[in-house]
Design a binder for this molecule. Structure first.
Ligand SMILES: Cc1ncc(COP(=O)(O)O)c(C=O)c1O
Length: 408
């Protein structure tokens, strides 16, 4: 395991903590920039808004995908201009819109929201350039579209477009679609991107002018389980570039945007947790770890889902649940002899399990386990208020070799 010595050094101070590696974030960002010629990227702040991480990613030229007013403000603090901060979320309040209007590109999630933005822009005597989120007539896998709480149905939108001419304080300059995360097959994304470009062309024809951007959302997956084959970003980037050329005449000057959180930070982080206790009960050896369900919820959640849904296990409910074997549990000991253990957390609930009946090198109280793939949707999703626990520190190993708190 990389950085093991450095992690063990930090483990002298904490019972549980996150450890992110900046160099991995930068190399993932570089891979995207190199492979996707001509595409702009937005970092999905919800996946990990730790300021040191946001700063690193923004310095790589990424804009921000913000899902709340606070995230919009965070992106602004890192110097991003309104056209590089897209604010897309359902159910925005007046306060949200008011705060975001001048400092971001708001993506309206419904027709009600379009009217609300119009009203607020009118009060300010301005014209707001906004995007619109669409629920298209197709799914990610190319089937017919399905109902969604996100965006405006494509069919409804075409019926509704004529009403736009009555609105003088907004201009729709872009469209946004996000249907799914965590896709590893380049061919699936390739077909989806092509459908997106056709949708954008149809939308442009309906509104009668050229868009400024097409935001195709996320979908870029990372290999969680050992058997997962990494997404072929080079192939996908080349295909996307050639579609853009095919549609050049109709889409010239239109910015193509992809969003991602997990692709840039997911693999950069480990969650490290200490063995607090060990006991044998009726033949089962329990290892009690520090802050598992509450410190890094996703392995526990995967266990819960797998435990109760033995068949037809859902694997699409990202970002909460990934899949079986999505996390590697790396014991930070030199012990070679193995035993069968069940890994539990220290919360007062029997649901706090991260692995059942697995073979592991023998662990003792005071040893540590590192859990992989903890960079994105880790700390942010983990409930620290239950039983009043303290949140685990989030540390980042900088490219210069120093380790700092990612929130400092
Ligand atoms: C609209 C939108 N964009 C981007 C993302 C980020 O996707 P990823 O899972 O690749 O980090 C999400 C994730 O839920 C999303 O809802």
């Amino acid at each position: 395991m990389e950085n093991k010595e450095m992690i063990l050094e930090q483990a002298k101070k904490y019972n549980s903590f996150y450890f992110y590696d900046e160099s991995k974030i930068i190399s993932a960002a570089n891979r995207l920039k190199e492979d996707f010629n001509g595409i702009e990227f937005l970092y999905s702040l919800k996946s990990n808004p730790a300021p040191a991480i946001v700063k690193t990613i923004v310095s790589q030229g990424f804009g921000a995908d913000a899902a709340s007013l606070e995230e919009v403000k965070l992106a602004k603090r890192f110097g991003l201009p309104p056209e590089k901060i897209q604010y897309s979320a359902p159910g925005k309040s007046k306060v949200d819109i008011e705060g975001a209007l001048a400092i971001s590109t708001i993506i309206a999630d419904s027709t009600n929201e379009v009217f609300l933005i119009e009203e607020m822009a009118k009060e300010r005597n301005m014209t707001a350039e906004i995007g619109i989120r669409i629920n298209p007539n197709f799914t990610f896998l190319g089937d017919e579209g399905i109902s969604s709480k996100f965006g405006i149905d494509e069919n409804q939108m075409y019926e509704w477009i004529p009403k736009l001419s009555t609105l003088n304080h907004i201009k729709i300059v872009g469209i946004h679609v996000h249907l799914r995360s965590q896709e590893l097959k380049a061919e699936v994304l390739e077909a989806y991107y092509k459908k997106m470009l056709l949708l954008a062309i149809a939308f442009q024809e309906a509104i009668g002018y050229r868009l400024t951007f097409i935001n195709m959302g996320s979908g870029l997956g990372i290999p969680y389980a050992k058997k997962d084959i990494p997404l072929d970003t080079k192939y996908l980037g080349e295909k996307t570039f050639s579609f853009m050329k095919d549609f050049q005449e109709k889409l010239e000057g239109v910015k193509l945007i992809l969003e991602t959180g997990r692709y840039v930070v997911g693999e950069s982080g480990y969650y490290i947790t200490r063995v607090m206790d060990k006991k044998v009960s009726m033949g089962t050896t329990f290892i009690i770890l520090h802050n598992t369900l509450n410190g890094f919820i996703r392995p526990s959640l995967a266990q819960l889902v797998l435990h109760y849904a033995k068949e037809n296990t859902p694997d699409g409910s990202e970002p909460l649940f990934t899949s079986k074997d999505a996390f590697q549990f790396v014991p930070l000991t030199e012990e070679k002899e193995e035993e069968e253990v069940t890994l539990m957390g220290n919360l007062c609930t029997a649901s706090d399990v991260i692995a059942r009946d697995m073979m592991m090198p023998k662990l003792n109280v005071g040893d540590f386990i590192a859990i992989s793939n903890a960079g994105s949707y880790g700390a942010v999703l983990s409930p620290m208020q239950f039983s009043w626990q303290s949140p685990p520190p989030q540390l980042i190993l900088r490219c210069d070799g120093s380790v700092m708190d990612a929130y400092d």
